[in-house]
Design a binder for this molecule. Structure first.
Ligand code: KIV
Length: 278
């Protein structure tokens, strides 16, 4: 049976047909498989990997090799969803050549279908060169976590006139440079509405309200598995932390009391073989 894969054209078609695009993060094979089988349109191998999976304080220590490693795993798990590989800090900041090579590695080695990078006018030359190399790009404006040290923390962006105008201008420049979608993170709902209406390409919101053409969440946040901090914009659709803890306690108790493993979990050996072992 052929699978109706979600592609760049599906993103654009969804915007034109007023259909919302679903995106979730994924970092490994088994979760990617579950999310893909659940019908999510797109899987973002985000550099949130650094915080959610690798336990770093922010995303700045994530490398292109980390991203390729996890993109490969996700790509083995997903059959229908479009896989977006996030470009980590410093992988598109040094030179145009370096940016194209790193984006290309996410596609060639990581098996991603597209890449995402943060920023606006400061990265336009890199975006144009990556698109010219036939690699689909998603932009990301508003709260761009790789700029955490410049922002002085993970703070809502675009509340003041000047900053809001800059975000609108960045989104328009990214569209002109050839990105096929833009992530809007942690900006006021009414600002994201203006941007979504101004653009021909879809916007994917995270903490940007309901008017975006699609939404993305960090899967571990959405499933209640990551408790270091929970941004205001997260909705938990499950509390897997407590389910996992309950199951783990059950395992520890049964294993310590000798209830597990039971006979049904073991393998037998013939008596005549056994006799020769003593
Ligand atoms: O790294 C990430 O997971 C992201 C999303 C939160 C948009 O960039």
């Amino acid at each position: 049976m052929s699978i109706n894969k979600f592609t760049v054209s599906s993103f654009l078609k969804a915007k034109n047909n007023d259909e919302k695009i679903s995106m979730l993060t994924a970092y490994d094979y088994s979760m990617a498989k579950i999310l893909d089988e659940s019908g999510v349109d797109s899987l973002l191998v985000g550099d949130s990997l650094g915080m959610v999976v690798l336990g770093y304080e922010n995303t700045l220590q994530v490398t292109i090799d980390d991203m390729i490693h996890h993109c490969k795993a996700v790509s083995r798990g997903a059959k229908r969803a479009m896989i977006i590989g996030d470009m980590p800090f410093l992988s598109y900041h040094v030179s145009i050549e370096d940016s194209v090579r790193n984006a290309g590695r996410l596609i060639q080695e990581g098996n991603a279908h597209a890449v995402k990078l943060e920023g606006g006018k400061n990265v336009i030359d890199k975006v144009k060169a990556i698109v010219k190399a036939q690699i689909p790009v998603i932009g990301h404006v508003g709260l761009t976590p790789q700029s955490v040290n410049m922002f002085g923390g993970f703070k809502v962006q675009g509340k003041g006139e000047e900053q809001a105008k800059e975000i609108i201008e960045d989104a328009l420049l990214l569209q002109e440079a050839g990105v096929f979608a833009i992530v809007l993170e942690a900006i006021p709902e009414k600002l994201s509405k203006i941007i979504t209406e101004k653009l021909d390409i879809p916007t994917i919101g995270i903490g940007a309200g309901k008017h975006c053409d699609g939404q993305v969440l960090v899967t571990q946040d959405m499933l209640g598995m990551f408790s270091d901090f929970t941004p205001k914009f997260v909705k938990k659709y499950a509390n897997l932390s407590s389910i996992i803890k309950e199951a783990t306690n059950g395992y520890i108790d049964e294993m310590k009391s000798g209830k597990f493993p039971g006979k049904e979990h073991g393998f037998t050996i013939k008596e005549e073989v056994l006799e020769k072992l003593y």
